[in-house]
Design a protein around this ligand. Structure first.
Ligand SMILES: Nc1ncnc2c1ncn2[C@@H]1O[C@H](COP(=O)(O)OP(=O)(O)O)[C@@H](O)[C@H]1O
Ligand SMILES: Nc1ccn([C@@H]2O[C@H](COP(=O)(O)OP(=O)(O)O)[C@@H](O)[C@H]2O)c(=O)n1
Length: 221
């Protein structure tokens, strides 16, 4: 059972994917954390993230290891716990530029497919291009959406209002545009993905919806 969950920022991919994996006894992989991790390494090592040639040149250097336990998602870069530093505003502002570089994507996709091969019990993988590019044969494909207002309110809420909803909204839209317009494997809904608009749904409702879709697939109903 391979479940691919894609969609823009703040649509609920991480919270939903973790809960679905936990309920169904599957592993869990956050591919956005991997792009954030390589971005953090580039910034920490003085690589100009707006220079695709420099980023491509260094893309093979960091060793990124992702755990797949939905109860304790973990990520290390060169053996160092990267869980907190990959969530800073600095990384968030740079990640779209780094993840648009084809050499970066080739490396991350290798890691992602290896994680899936290492999870015979099945896995929920979340990102932007999982259903379209990384795992085109996934058993179930979901594409989450939500209005920019709802997404910004959720993200701003996470930061306890430290960044205003308006500023968060502008940042989300800038990142959506960059992620959707890049040449290599842009953010997109796979033709065979089920789209779920989470704007008016609670997190519990989204989880139930996806669990039902997976169980229907499992039982062939
Ligand atoms: N349907 C929902 N209704 C309200 N809040 C939600 C919903 N889904 C997710 N959230 C909250 O929104 C925030 C962003 O969710 P997250 O799962 O990190 O989204 P993504 O991984 O798509 O960026 C989290 O604080 C989460 O608890
Ligand atoms: N499969 C993926 C996952 C993330 N990404 C990139 O990584 C960034 C961070 O992803 P994320 O899932 O952590 O973002 P949030 O939804 O947490 O804000 C995205 O904005 C994309 O630029 C990607 O290119 N492909």
């Amino acid at each position: 059972m391979i479940v691919a969950i894609d969609g823009p920022s703040g649509t609920g991919k991480s919270s939903t994917s973790r809960a679905v994996a936990e309920k169904l006894g599957l592993r869990y992989l956050d591919t956005g954390a991997q792009y954030r991790a390589i971005t953090w390494w580039m910034l920490s090592n003085g690589v100009d993230v707006n220079d695709p040639v420099a980023v491509a040149d260094q893309a093979g250097k960091p060793s990124i290891v992702s755990g797949t336990d939905p109860l304790a998602p973990a990520i290390t870069v060169d053996g160092i716990d990267a869980g907190a530093p990959i969530r800073t505003q600095e990384v968030t502002a740079a990640v779209s530029a780094v993840s648009a570089v084809p050499e970066v994507r080739t490396r991350m996709v290798e890691l992602q497919r290896a994680a899936v091969s290492g999870a015979p019990e099945g896995i929920v993988v979340e990102g932007r291009d999982i259903g379209t590019t990384v795992l085109p044969d996934a058993t179930v494909k979901i594409f989450l959406t939500a209005s920019a207002e709802a997404r910004a309110a959720r993200r701003s809420g996470e930061l306890n209002g430290a960044v205003t909803v308006a500023a968060t909204r502008a940042d989300l839209i800038r990142r959506d545009t960059a992620d959707s317009s890049r040449t290599t494997s842009p953010l997109a809904k796979a033709a065979d993905a089920v789209e779920v608009d989470t704007t008016e749904l609670t997190l519990t409702q989204v989880i139930e919806c996806i669990v039902t879709l997976v169980e229907e697939k499992r039982t062939g109903s």
